[in-house]
Every structure is written in C-alpha cells, then in structure tokens.
Design a protein around this ligand. Sequence first.
Ligand code: GDP
Ligand code: IMO
Ligand code: MG
Length: 446
Amino acid sequence: MSTPIAVMGAQWGDEGKGKIVDLLSKDHDLVVRYQGGNNAGHTVQIGEHTHKLHLVPSGMLSGKECVLGNGTVIEPRALLDELQALPPACDRSLLRISERAHVVLCTHALLDWAAEQGSGIGTTKKGIGPAYTSKAARFGAVRMCELANERLLAEMFTRELPRVVRELMGLADHAELQRKVAMEYPGCHDGEHLLSPAKMARYYALLGRQLTSHLANTSDIVNGTIAQGKRVLFEGAQGAMLDVDHGTYPYVTSSSTTRGGVFTGSGYNGSAGLYVLGVTKAYTTRVGAGPFPTELHDAHGDALCERGHEFGTTTGRKRRCGWLDIPALRYAHGINGFDALALMKLDVLSGMEKVRVCTGYTHKGKAASAFPATTADLEMMKPVYEDLQGWKEDITGVRSFEDLPAACRSYVERIEQLIGVPVSLVSVGPERSQTIVRASIGGERI
Ligand code: GDP
Ligand code: IMO
Ligand code: MG
C-alpha cells in the first residue's frame, strides 16, 4: 500500500496549496478535500490559464477521480456553478460527494453575514461557521443524502425555520434582510416571513437532484483506493493557524484544518499511514481579523503585498503581510508533524536588501517559551528578528536548488534549521513548472 500524502496549510491559509496539489495530482489516483467549503480559494496556474477553485478539488483539472469528503460543507448552488465553469474537457462525473457531507443553506450564509455586522472575525461570509454550528447542534442541518428529498426538507424547514428567522431578526435590520434575501435567494423568499419553508424545500430539492448522481459512501472509496495499492492525495483548505481547535481562536475557521481533520473529514482509516506536506510561504500573510505578530505596516509590507499580489482568491480582500513567523510555523509543526515543507513564493523576496525572519517572541522583555493560547497574549508578543542577506537576482526561471543565488539558498537552509523540517519543494512562481524539487515527496519523484 502506498502512503497517502496530505497537502496542508502551515500558516493562515493561501500558502499555495492549490499549486502543490495540482503538481502532485498527476502521480495520484484520487484527490480528496476533507474539510471546509467554498471559503477556500485555491489557484492553479497551468501555462497561460489561471483556475480559481473553491470547492472542487484541484485534482479535477488533471482528470483525476476526486472526492468531497464527509467533513466538507457544501453550498450546492456554488458547487454547481463551479462545476459548470470548469474547462469543457474536464469530466464532471469524476467528482464523488459524500452522502454525509453537510449542506450550507441560505440561512447559514445569512447568519454569517448578519453576525459579521457585529463580531468582526472577518469571515468570508459564505455561511461556513453557521453550517458547522448546525451540524454540531443538530438543528437546522441538512446532509447531502437528504438534499433531493423535498418532502423531508419541507417538514424540517417548517419545524425549524421560525427559530432561525428569529435569530436573524435579532442580528440584523429586517428591511436589509428582506432586501438581501429577495436579491440573493429569490427562490426562497416569502415577503411576509422572509423565507418560505415550502419554497426553500423546492429550491434545494431541485439543486439536490442535480447532484444526486455524484453522491457516494466516500470513505469506502478512499479506503478501497488505498487497499488496491493506488495513490490518494488529500487537499487541505485553510491552514493550521485557522484550525478551530489549535488556531488563533476565535479568529479561526470552523473546521479541523490540521492532521486529525484528514481522518475525521474523509473517513480514512489510517491503514497506510499519512505523509504530511506542510505548505508555507517564504513570508507570512493573513486575511481577516486576528493577531498577527510579524505584520508589517510599512513599505516592506506594501512591497510584499504588491509583489506577491496578495489579494484574497475568494473575497478579493487585501491580505495582511509580514515577515516569516517561525514560532507560528514551529507550533503548526508540533500539531501536524510535517514530514516535509513546500516553501512558496520565494521569488517575491527577490530584490530586497535584507530579508528578516522572526525566530522567537518576547513578552514583557522576556523570551516567550510557548505559543500563547489567548488573543490578548499573542497581541502582546514582540517578534525577535534575525536579518539575512537579500538577493537581487530574478529567480523565477531557476529550476535547481544549486542555481539559486547563495543568499537565497542560505535563507531556505536557515528556515529548515529553525523549524527542523526539510524544505523539499521550493516554489519560484505561480506556474506549475516554476518549482524546484529538492527531494522526493512521500517516496515519489515529481
Ligand atoms: P491556496 O489557498 O493555498 O491554494 O493559495 P491561493 O491560491 O489562495 O494563493 C496563492 C497565490 O500565490 C495564488 O495566486 C498562486 O497563483 C500564487 N503562487 C503560488 N506559488 C507561487 C510562487 O511560488 N510565486 C508566486 N509569485 N506566486 C505563487
Ligand atoms: P484557503 O483554502 C485564507 C479565514 C477568513 C477569516 C476566517 C474565518 O484558500 O487557504 P470563515 O469564512 O472560514 O468562517 O472565515 O478564516 N479564511 C481563510 N483565509 N485562506 C482561506 O482558505 C480561508 N478560509 C477562511 O478570512 O479570517
Ligand atoms: Mg486561498
């Protein structure tokens, strides 16, 4: 049996997971998303073409069988639109969706939007948090195996909608809500009561019927594929620091973005082990609110944002930028046990006089030994920087580690040393081929 590989964000998301999954998928038989929903935005650049994927696993672009596991949350309209927008040559029937995956309903998106008016976590407003809340609360939740059943949906919505609508009314202005529903979900709208259970049931059952042929017991597919000796690639969304258990809570997403999430979110039984490839940028970014110790509010931050085109794939928001945060990466490694790292966007640092790395934090003038659990403590942390020599050369055309400028190699080697994990892949541009392969990934030559 071959050990499956999990490609996992080691920072606050947007590390370049889409590029790496695309690169590795050619040698895999099955690509599996196991958590998150269309809050993700994974960019794959193949030649001149840039593809932005949200729910569809990146493996679809290379014609591989793909799975959306039980741990994902699925907005059916968004998924159907995304499937339609795929290049014509893509075989849509390759996508299998877990019957047990939960559905992101309009009520979830409305709750997310309404709650964001006050809380300011800076979510993607896709309804992800409320959908996982419904799943855990067992209230207002629909699974993919029920989505086409209009009668069942009508019963459930009749019973449960009044409570959800009351909650919405408590969070947002009624007239604004009415306008939003009428504009975004006209098929579910009911002038007087905001949402109509019968109309909603019809609307969702219609979407459900269009997805029925994709439904399957996907944990059987994952474990069966591995048992046959075939190769499985797990595609993580978000990143370790956004994990609901281990991340910078409450400024996190609502799913398990670390190693454990692979098992609970796909039903993989672990029989062949797991090789975890952590993906990190050569600097640090974050979208949305929350503590970010190495954030730069100066010309260096602007330079990183400009050169790295740091704007969110899903929401278009400007990403906050800062120097590479080693304490956060060490913490992420502690939870995930990375077998190797992919270091992305090294080209963005070219042309800088010096490059800084945060090697530790101090708290009230003393070295901090642990990564803090509270927002207040993390906000108090002062980064300790090590300055490394920059390099001027354009490295986007370099394909072997030895051909990188010496200062650039030293930067990579210093990162390896500080985190204690080998950097096996170095990415020097967004295109598939702009990758330096230093070692095999999970015994696999790329
Ligand atoms: P993901 O969410 O982890 O898949 O990452 P995103 O797609 O949201 O963001 C990564 C962005 O960086 C995308 O626009 C990629 O095309 C781009 N990218 C990936 N690797 C590199 C690289 O090595 N250099 C540069 N300049 N851009 C890269
Ligand atoms: P990919 O897969 C970066 C962030 C949001 C917000 C927080 C909670 O492209 O790396 P949510 O809508 O999930 O409830 O928002 O998480 N966030 C991401 N940031 N990349 C992502 O995905 C993200 N998905 C969610 O900005 O701070
Ligand atoms: Mg992204």
